[in-house]
Design a protein around this ligand. Structure first.
Ligand SMILES: *Cc1c(COP(=O)(O)O)cnc(C)c1O
Length: 289
């Protein structure tokens, strides 16, 4: 299922404040699953299979695009899947859209308390999980690891590397942008728009790449993860209407909102050849109409 995702991803040309932007539509890789997640999962799944695992296990919150993508990809790949979900209380409620979809794709959901969830990267907790689920290959929350970055290096085509000066994307855990940075050409810059508040992602990505042609800003995170402002929602609605391109409020709308603001403030030269990566995430979309 991972064979030909990188080929033939559609690109769309738009203008924001008179500046041309090419949008690489990873959202069109699948109607509901974030396109970047396929790239992140590809080499993890191949590794898991070659090591003889029968399934994958990963972690996420109730609205996690990564959980939805892992469930779907497992289903397609012929893997079993387990999702460790943050929030014990959710076990007693009806499933939201994301979790319902994951379950439909055969994912076994296990709900744990927020305190317990915080330990998800600790050696002890991982050792316990390995003992309980020996047939499952463990992928970290958000799916970011070295193999995810290897997969995200395949997002940019040779023509993307030759024909653009600036590559923009939304940042959650930093895996996608690290792959873009690693594969970018020397003349290119990569600009990440953080979906979360704080500068920790810059430090995280510094650990994931040795290159320096990049920057991450949290200026357009609108207060933090999954938070919105009236301006963001207004921008999203106008954008969707004008370009017939669906966005979602957690990642892609913030990236394009930020890009639009920076162009308007002339922080980006109007002659810059911009490639913006639409990472998808539409399964978690808030309807603006
Ligand atoms: C997961 C996700 C991201 C962030 O990707 P990272 O590799 O975690 O930085 C961006 N956009 C969408 C739509 C996503 O689902």
């Amino acid at each position: 299922m991972f064979d030909d995702i990188a080929e033939n991803i559609p690109e769309q040309s738009i203008q924001l404040h008179g500046v041309n932007i090419t949008i690489k539509r990873l959202d069109l890789v699948h109607p509901a699953i974030s396109g970047n997640k396929f790239f992140k999962l590809k080499y993890n799944f191949l590794e898991a299979k070659s090591l003889g695992y029968l399934g994958v296990l990963s972690f996420g919150g109730a609205f996690s695009n990564h959980i939805a993508a892992t469930a779907f990809a497992s289903h397609q790949f012929g893997f079993k899947s387990i999702g460790i979900i943050r929030g014990e209380e959710l076990a007693h409620q009806s499933l939201n859209h994301t979790l319902f979809t994951a379950q439909q794709f055969g994912m076994q959901l296990e709900f744990i308390s927020r305190e317990h969830y915080r330990l998800k990267d600790s050696a002890d907790f991982l050792a316990q999980l390995k003992e309980k689920y020996p047939d499952y290959y463990i992928i970290p929350e958000g799916g970011t690891n070295d193999l995810a970055i290897q997969g995200c290096k395949e997002i940019l085509t040779e023509s993307n590397k030759a024909n653009f000066d600036l590559i923009c994307c939304a940042v959650g855990t930093g895996g996608t942008i690290s792959g873009l940075i690693e594969s970018s050409a020397n003349h290119q810059n990569v600009l990440g728009f953080s979906a979360l508040k704080g500068d920790f992602l810059t430090k995280d990505v510094q650990q994931l790449t040795h290159k320096c042609n990049w920057k991450i800003t949290d200026e357009f995170c609108c207060g933090g993860y999954a938070k919105t402002t009236p301006e963001l929602l207004q921008f999203m609605q106008n954008f969707e209407h004008e370009f017939s391109t669906p966005l979602e409020q957690v990642y892609t709308a913030k990236m394009l909102f930020g890009l639009s603001q920076m162009i308007q403030r002339q922080e980006i030269k109007s002659s810059t050849r911009i490639l913006a990566i639409h990472t998808g995430g539409l399964q978690g979309r808030l309807k603006t109409e």
